[in-house]
Ligand binder design. Structure first.
Ligand code: SAH
Ligand code: SF4
Length: 424
């Protein structure tokens, strides 16, 4: 069949979609770019906030009216269960986030109303890839055993499962043989790799093992937690320059009271100590974060603590989310008492702060030379080329370079989200 896939949500979903594409191609189906041309359309859904779910389910609703075979995968399926067919009566099949490996088999059965939730299944085909460029995601840890009060992820993605090191290593070696130079290792709380099995510092040791692979130029990973920023992690950073100097370290709030209610398992001071440790090791170390504004009971004073924490941490970038109650989570029992307009205002204040901070941080890099891997023409100005430095900062310069090649760029101009320079 001619099929296409549409993806909503986080990098984990992007990776799962890639695996499904590779599995479908291996089963003899043909991937097409346009929905019009496709005989089968699959939507990979998110449910982390209600808006995200509505977008994916809305898209699927439209596609169900076109008469094509349709399938919904991902987190919204697990949340909705059987009700998915009440919302989408014409949907042919639905699979939860751990059941995507079953899709080729389901498609072959000419499905109607098929539901596979997957629960705590270890997904088949997690390592399937259709290598497209020099960068790719690799799943190392699925599920989440943390129980942050606001978060639906553990309910929909199930318990943690760390893939065996040998399996990950073999996958990365094969990717490198197919031209991959940069991998991004994925897990909800990726530094907990091996924690369920009681192994200490299993993640730094996995990094060390992957650093031995010849031809692998860069390793990234996401998302991190301050508890995982151990001395052993810093030692591994120090030893291997190919591990990128960037961490996405979601903080969520700067107020100890809110952090406690959220069940984040760190205080403001502990979080800032982790930031200081990373920046002590490398002052240019890039740190990005996620923030939730308008958590139940968040006062103006709590919000101001978030503002001051963001300034103290000197975040290079941040993603701000307006609190959305998710059914079944602990915080959904609390009144969602911060008004919509107030959430919006707090969001805008943090965005403006970040814009100014991002600009200031980037201005400090003017005159430095960034090592970049060329990704292709810049989206905004195709006459320019773009790539990323080790800190995941977007760098653009004049003049084409082969995609995937290393370029040294001297920075001449800084913006909040982008650095401009000359290739040398
Ligand atoms: N596993 C990652 C986060 C996954 S969800 C981690 O813990 O680091 C991505 C982001 O969505 C979270 O960091 C949080 O900021 C936001 N988020 C999660 N649940 C939310 C909710 N109910 N309302 C608003 N934002 C939420
Ligand atoms: Fe959600 Fe917390 Fe797990 Fe992240 S660590 S996925 S925020 S429960």
């Amino acid at each position: 069949m001619k099929f296409c896939l549409r993806t909503y949500g986080c990098q984990m979903n992007v990776r799962d979609s890639e695996a499904v594409e590779a599995l479908m191609i291996a089963a003899g189906h043909e991937k097409v770019a346009s929905e019009d041309e496709a005989e089968l359309v699959i939507v990979n859904s998110c449910t982390v906030r209600q808006k995200a779910e509505d977008k994916a389910v809305g898209k699927m609703g439209y596609l169900c009216s076109t008469g094509k075979m349709t399938g919904l995968m991902g987190c919204a399926v697990k949340r909705l269960g059987r009700d998915v067919f009440k919302v989408l009566p014409k949907l042919d099949f639905a699979v939860g986030p751990r059941a995507f490996g079953l899709i080729p088999k389901i498609v072959a059965s000419n499905p109607h109303g098929v539901l596979e939730l997957g629960d705590d299944l270890i997904p088949e085909g997690m390592g399937a890839h259709e290598v497209k460029g020099f960068q790719t995601f690799v799943t190392v840890l699925i599920g989440c055993d943390n129980r942050c009060s606001y978060c639906i992820v553990p309910d929909v993605r199930g318990h943690e499962y760390s893939r065996p090191e040998v399996e990950i290593e073999a996958e990365v070696r094969s990717l490198v043989d197919h031209g991959v130079k940069e991998v991004c290792l994925l897990g909800q709380s990726v530094l907990r790799y091996g924690a369920r099995e009681g192994k200490a510092d299993a993640f730094p040791h996995l990094l060390e093992r992957l650093c031995a692979i010849e031809g692998l130029e860069r390793i990234r990973f996401t998302s991190a937690h301050p508890k995982g920023c151990t001395d052993e992690l810093i030692r591994v950073y120090r030893t291997y320059p190919q591990i990128c100097r960037h961490l996405h370290l979601p903080v969520q709030s700067g107020s100890d009271r809110i952090l406690k209610e959220m069940g984040r398992r760190y205080t403001r001071a502990e979080y800032l100590a982790a930031v200081a440790k990373l920046r002590e090791f490398d002052p240019e170390f890039a740190i990005t974060t996620d923030i939730i504004v308008g958590y139940p009971g968040e006062t103006e004073a709590d919000f101001e603590l978030t503002r001051s924490l963001m300034e103290e941490a000197g975040f290079d970038n941040s993603f701000v989310f307006k609190y959305s109650p998710r059914p079944g989570t602990r915080s959904a029992m609390l009144p969602d008492d911060v008004a919509k307009e107030e959430k919006e205002r707090r969001d805008q204040v943090l965005l403006a702060d970040q814009e100014a901070r991002g600009l200031r941080r980037n201005q400090a890099l003017v005159g430095t030379v960034r090592e970049v891997l060329a990704e292709g023409p810049s989206k905004r100005n195709p006459a320019r080329y773009a790539g990323r430095d080790s800190g995941n900062r977007i760098v653009v310069w004049e003049g084409a370079r082969p995609v995937g090649s290393k370029v040294q760029v001297r920075i001449t101009e800084a913006h909040a989200q982008i650095l401009i320079g000359e290739a040398i």
